[in-house]
Design a binder for this molecule. Structure first.
Ligand code: GLU
Length: 414
């Protein structure tokens, strides 16, 4: 029944279940099921050939009872209103789980950056900030990178915002280059957080890390750094993939050479002829599967054939609810997206704190602080999962939703 729900509907389904479990009234469910604000913008951009193209973009602000909203901006051809709304709810849940003073926000532009020039991307990034400038800001809503956006795009956005406001505002956006007030360790933070989750999940399952077979779907910011961390820690990375295809080798892949050869969008498999499909990769033998690409990859169609005993969701929304049920019944330990990939927003928070105080931390300090937050959050969710005998996703939603529900109540909204 849940298999036909889109990402927004399935998120709402679990949010409702979590709030009901916590004993909140129907009106709280009504409040938290949708973003408080959703802005659609149309951005005319002059392309390099002098034609003008009109791009559509969105910014959703789910709930700002706890504090300003926070979340990335994705550039992708499949961006749509419901997806951005779901992503903003997931950001609220993440911020609740890792206990940040933020609510969730998210943005997106329908475009394909792989087919655009550097200057076209700059104009689009600046145009987007001009279009949404009224509803964002360092104490209102703080953007960050997401799928196919990076520190260069954050730099243009920060510069545009600073020009509009006529003062320097590094705290307007996170994921910036370090020279512009970015944090040490932000670039690798999502992958670091996922690696911490993998270690904790292995401990729960009493499995060693050494020589453990890992498949990572997606070779972008999260997937590629994670492959490196896993490889360096002695795990055997047997599979990786990008948008065009996948590579699998039971003996382990040469991760360092793949990293050297990937382009800035994480494309590398085009250089090989012995590729398999992304779909095939997910079903290959492994101990740990990390979907690190996009939504709806593990569904009721393939959940039975997944061979991993641990799934750690580096991507947002990679597993459907029906697949979650099948996998949980098969005793696969799922570390859900809203917990597993929260390392990114944790270090974004550290970046914002450093910008606000004008005093910067070392990479070692950032990592130590990230480790503490991620461990505590995992234990919290895992304990609820065991105590209440509910799956890890529902457990995570229960933890994530509580803080904003309480904050909304104290503010007298509900
Ligand atoms: N886009 C990332 C996410 O989905 C990071 C968000 C942030 O750093 O604000 O969690």
């Amino acid at each position: 029944m849940t298999e036909n729900l889109n990402v927004l509907q399935s998120t709402q389904f679990v949010v409702e279940k979590a709030l009901t479990l916590l004993g909140y009234p129907q009106v709280m469910i009504e409040l938290l099921k949708e973003p408080l604000r959703m802005m659609t913008v149309r951005i005319p951009i002059r392309m390099d050939d002098d034609s003008v193209r009109i791009f559509t973009g969105y910014r959703a602000q789910h709930n700002d009872a706890v504090g300003p909203t926070k979340g990335g901006v994705r550039f992708h051809p499949d961006v749509n209103e419901d997806e951005v709304k779901a992503l903003s709810i997931w950001m609220s849940l993440k911020c609740g789980i890792v206990d940040l003073p933020f609510g969730g926000g998210k943005g997106g532009i329908i475009c394909d950056p792989r087919t655009m020039s550097f200057r076209e991307l700059e104009r689009l990034s600046r145009g987007y900030v001009r279009a949404i400038s009224q509803i964002v800001g360092p104490t209102k809503d703080i953007p960050a990178p997401d799928v196919m956006t990076n520190s260069q795009i954050m730099a243009w956005m920060m510069d545009e915002y600073s020009r509009i406001r006529e003062f320097d505002a590094p705290n307007f956006i996170t994921g910036k280059p370090v020279v512009l007030g970015g944090s040490q360790g932000r670039e690798t933070a999502t992958a670091k957080g996922v690696a911490i989750m993998i270690n904790l999940a292995l401990l729960k399952r009493k499995l060693p890390l050494l020589d453990t077979r890992v498949i990572i779907q997606g070779f972008g910011n999260a997937g590629s750094y994670l492959a490196k961390f896993m490889h360096d820690a002695g795990a055997r990375v047997v599979g990786i993939s990008d948008f065009y295809g996948a590579l699998y080798d039971e003996k382990g892949l040469d991760i360092n050479s793949l990293l050297d050869r990937r382009d800035s969008f994480g494309t590398v498999t085009k250089l090989f002829t012995n590729t398999i499909t992304n779909k095939e990769l997910l079903e290959r033998p492994c101990d740990i599967l990390v979907p690190a690409a996009i939504e709806n990859q593990i569904t009721s169609d393939n959940a039975e054939r997944i061979q991993a005993s641990i799934i750690v969701e580096a991507a947002n929304g990679p597993t459907t609810l029906a697949a979650t049920k099948i996998l949980t019944e098969r005793d696969v330990l799922i570390v859900p997206d809203v917990l597993a990939n929260a390392g990114g927003v944790v270090v974004s928070y550290f970046e914002w704190v450093q910008n606000n105080q004008g005093y910067y931390w070392t990479e070692a300090e950032v990592h130590a602080k990230l480790q503490v937050v991620m461990e505590k959050s995992f234990e919290n969710v895992y304990t609820i999962h065991k105590e209440k005998n509910i799956d890890m996703r529902l457990a995570a939603y229960t933890v994530g939703v509580q803080k904003m529900a309480e904050a909304s109540k104290f503010r007298g909204w509900v």
